[in-house]
Design a protein around this ligand. Structure first.
Ligand SMILES: [Zn+2]
Length: 319
């Protein structure tokens, strides 16, 4: 069986302000910033189509009981599964789904053990689907581990997974960190492009390009969504509307929410809150009762508590 889906071809420059240029199979061209293709690929709807919808379509193919032949495989893929993901505004995800699934078909065809268990096209496609989903699972594990590590939140398992990914991606980094060559010959212009046909290759590419520009995908500490800090890589909050208040971004309200959370759980914060309220109440009562002679003492207590608190905590939010 010939490959029906060839994936995408990418051209990029060394200038980090220039987008990556993606050549699609219909000969159109799209522009993506670093990480842009990755974010299109992990879109909730796209992931749903490549997993649950795909499994449903494999099950519901009308000719599932057809005997296994090159023709029946080609027909099932090119006329049925090919359209599992067919989104005009998600061209990269669409192409990579198709080329990655056709790679799964080739892998299963070459696997004698798996082939012995298949006599119908339905059984065969179900094996291909399992193979494709195992690739998707590996992709998700790597992606998540890298983001957790970049956010300083990786557990032992994620650190190990991130290391496994990096040890292979770092070889590719040597290739991806250089710009694509452009040659002029006999009045023709030839540009070098890199072919990406599956999710892991996409992750290799984006990881390398982000690394080259000192960037990485991180997990927002307020909403938990993935994001790429636009400038400083130590940013911990994203710039999307926050779940708490749609009119404000996580970056705007994240710090305050973190402080409030810390206050709720931290015994030192609770103690401080309690003491400060009690002293302030004392000042109010003294003022209202005309007992001005008590005020200097109470104000002194306020200062002492502020000092105790700021030395007991690594930040001072008490001004
Ligand atoms: Zn966020």
């Amino acid at each position: 069986m010939s490959k029906i889906a060839q994936g995408i071809k990418v051209y990029y420059d060394t200038d980090k302000n220039k987008p990556n240029i993606v050549f699609l199979s219909d000969e159109t061209v799209k522009y993506y910033p670093d990480g842009g293709m990755l974010f299109e690929f992990i879109d909730d709807e796209v992931i749903y189509m490549m997993t649950e919808k795909l499994q449903n379509r494999v099950r519901l193919y009308p000719n599932n009981n057809d005997p296994l032949t090159v023709e029946s495989i080609t027909e099932c893929f090119s006329e049925w599964l090919y359209y599992t993901l067919d989104e005009e505004d998600k061209p990269v995800a669409t192409e990579i789904f198709r080329s990655s699934f056709s790679e799964s078909i080739h892998r299963v065809l070459e696997n004698e053990n798996a082939m012995q268990k298949c006599s119908t096209v339905g059984e065969f496609m179900s094996a291909c689907c399992d193979d494709f989903l195992s690739y998707m699972k590996a992709f998700s594990l790597f992606f998540d581990a890298l983001a957790a590590e970049a956010s300083g939140e990786a557990d032992v398992f994620q650190t190990e997974i991130a290391d496994i990914f990096k040890s292979s991606a770092d070889d590719l980094y040597e290739i991806y960190k250089k710009k694509c060559s452009v040659r002029h010959k006999n009045g023709m212009t030839q540009v070098e492009t890199h072919n990406i046909t599956n999710p892991i290759q996409l992750l290799d590419f984006e990881y390398s390009r982000l690394k080259k520009h000192n960037k990485s995908v991180k997990i927002c500490q307020n909403c938990g969504r993935y994001f790429i800090p636009p400038k400083r890589n130590d940013t911990v909050f994203c710039q999307m509307p926050s779940p708490q208040n749609e009119e404000k971004t996580c970056r705007e309200i994240g710090p305050q929410i973190k402080r409030n959370e810390k206050r709720k759980n931290d015994p030192n914060e609770l103690e401080h809150h309690r003491k400060m309220s009690s002293i302030r109440m004392g000042i109010l009562r003294a003022k209202n009762g005309g007992e001005d002679q008590l005020l200097p003492g109470l104000r002194k207590m306020l200062e002492i508590e502020k000092k105790r608190y700021s030395s007991a905590t690594d930040y001072n939010d008490n001004k």
